[in-house]
Design a protein around this ligand. Structure first.
Ligand SMILES: [Fe+2]
Length: 279
């Protein structure tokens, strides 16, 4: 067992952090925000992350979308996210579950997984996905699945896309998923007369890092259920808006068990294999 593997029972973890009331901007005590994204029907990784969430001492848990797609347990993941999260936005895979036009754009193995995922969701779960917003604000934090720029499913990889995203974001902090890569984008004020400087960095390691006072920041917590940074451990993030710090946390889970489920479900073999290498 890895030293950071959580041993609590997931039901207890969810019960621990289920709020009595929905979060609101007025909840001034809400400073430590948990950010999870891109679960992709991977129940084992989601359960492991929810255990780590319960250990991390957070006030609010936000899901940045793509609960579904690729993996073998869409139904269980939708129910767990609905129960555990205070705020959830719609991802492109979730949208494909409820909008055939979007689904038609998926190709090859993603299309096969889409059909499997859709047929394993109840009408109530599809109705829940339909109710999710594409973007929203929570205090000084804007959240959406992919990008705050004009094209909602742009991948936030480049400085140019990040610049558009900052321009379309009314808050100091932003959170996105979609690339499955834990990373940050900073937009920092320079001397008067000079343009703001935008930098982007992958995040490696678990240290809690400071956010400079003169900077705005967009954080990508990486992926819970299908990391693509060559590290198979599930990834999520803590943003502390009061202390102005952020932390990426990685959590071990039983990848082989998920791979076996992928095979048993008749899903594309590659969807299991890639989990082992984090690609
Ligand atoms: Fe995704």
């Amino acid at each position: 067992m890895r030293d950071h593997e959580c041993v609590c029972i997931v039901d207890a973890c969810v019960a621990d952090r289920a709020p009595d009331t929905p979060p609101s901007v007025e909840n001034s005590h809400v400073t430590r925000i948990g950010l999870i994204s891109d679960i992709h029907s991977n129940l084992e990784s989601l359960e492991a992350v929810l255990c780590d969430v319960s250990l991390a001492g957070i006030d609010t848990l936000i899901c940045l979308g793509d609960i579904t797609g690729y993996g073998p347990n869409p139904s269980e993941c939708v129910d767990l996210i609905r129960e555990a999260c205070d705020l959830v936005v719609l991802g492109n895979h979730d949208e494909a579950m409820i909008d055939p036009e979007i689904g038609d754009r998926f190709r090859g193995s993603a299309q096969l997984a889409l059909e499997y995922n859709r047929s394993n969701l109840t009408s109530q779960q599809l109705r829940y996905l339909r109710s999710l917003p594409e973007r929203t604000e929570f205090g000084d934090l804007s959240v959406t699945h992919a990008c705050f720029g004009p094209n909602k499913y742009d991948y936030l990889y480049s400085r140019e896309t990040a610049s558009q995203a900052f321009a379309n974001m009314p808050t100091r902090f932003g959170a996105v998923g979609h690339t499955h890569l834990p990373s940050t984008f900073h937009c920092c004020a320079k001397s008067e007369g000079l343009p703001d400087q935008i930098t982007m960095e992958p995040v490696v390691g678990r240290a809690s890092l400071p956010i400079p006072e003169n900077c705005r920041m967009i954080i990508n917590p990486g992926s819970v259920g299908q990391p693509r940074d060559r590290n198979p451990d599930a990834s999520w993030a803590v943003l502390d808006t009061e202390a102005s710090t952020f932390q990426i946390r990685r959590v071990w889970y039983d990848v082989m068990q998920v791979e076996q489920k992928v095979l048993a479900s008749g899903l594309p073999v590659a969807h299991g294999e890639r989990l082992r290498v984090g690609a």
